[in-house]
Design a protein around this ligand. Structure first.
Ligand code: ZN
Length: 260
């Protein structure tokens, strides 16, 4: 087994085929640019998967060999099969990392992991974004200064309908006045989840060195510490429990006692 972090970069890959402006920036798809950016690091092994592949490229075998999954989707969230979403969710709860990029905020998998609508405000007038680094000691912000700027981007504004992050890493300020929680960490089951805001399709954002550095740092942070299948066993006591002079009866599903 490889010591490298095995990343699957998932891309919806629709805008790049249909929209000339997007095709010009990402002729081989955003997923390819993200994958190439990650693959520059010796410790990271990358594969890609797209919506239009069978099972969206996310077979049981692929997910079992994935330490961290990155997700970019926008126009076709509804086409992602519920069965595949459930499969991805199971792997996250067992320890696989998930990095959700930009408009992935409305993906089925992110909404299902958050349990909220994940809605937000938006505007597309090529305004400036300043991302403030709130946690300079966090592994995801390593090598990033106090703040960095993206000169032209789409705006995302609060309120972002997410559960309060376990750790808020970046807050964005936009030229038009809004702010946004643009880098957020959660744990779900054994899995780590990072939401990162930049990545609108009509701007060359995944060529930005700082953006790719943060995604790379996030991959290292989100790699599994444990990969543990979900169980809910009825177990034998470790200690001897003296007989009790009580009889409350039993309810619930009869299960085999593990090790009995
Ligand atoms: Zn966008």
């Amino acid at each position: 087994m490889s010591d490298k972090i095995r990343v699957t970069v998932w891309g919806e890959y629709r805008h790049e085929l249909k929209n000339e402006a997007v095709k010009k920036i990402y002729p081989d798809g955003m997923h390819t640019v993200i994958a190439n950016g990650l693959a520059r690091n010796a410790g990271i092994e990358v594969r890609t998967a797209i919506l239009d592949e069978p099972e969206h490229g996310l077979t049981e075998e692929v997910l079992a060999e994935t330490d961290v999954l990155t997700w970019w989707g926008h126009t076709a969230h509804g086409e992602v099969q519920d069965e595949i979403v459930e499969r991805v969710r199971k792997h996250i709860l067992e320890g696989m990392g998930l990095i959700v990029l930009h408009s992935g905020h409305f993906s089925k998998i992110f909404r299902s992991m958050m349990g909220t609508n994940c809605s937000l405000k938006w505007r597309e007038v090529a305004e400036k974004e300043r991302l403030w680094n709130l946690e300079p000691g966090h592994p995801i912000t390593e090598g990033i200064g106090e703040y960095f700027e993206i000169p032209n981007t789409e705006m995302y504004g609060e309120r972002f309908d997410i559960p309060t992050p376990d750790k808020l890493i970046f807050v964005s300020w936009f030229e038009g006045g809004e702010v946004f929680r643009s880098g957020c960490c959660w744990e779900r089951g054994h899995g780590r989840i990072f939401y990162f805001r930049p990545g609108h399709e009509t701007y060359p954002i995944f060529y930005n060195e700082q953006v790719m550095k943060i995604i790379t740092n996030a991959v290292r942070w989100a790699k599994p510490r444990i990969r543990q299948p979900h169980t809910c066993p009825c177990v034998k006591a470790i200690e001897t429990i003296p007989p009790k002079e009580v009889d409350f009866g039993k309810a619930g599903v009869q299960q085999d006692v593990k090790g009995a």
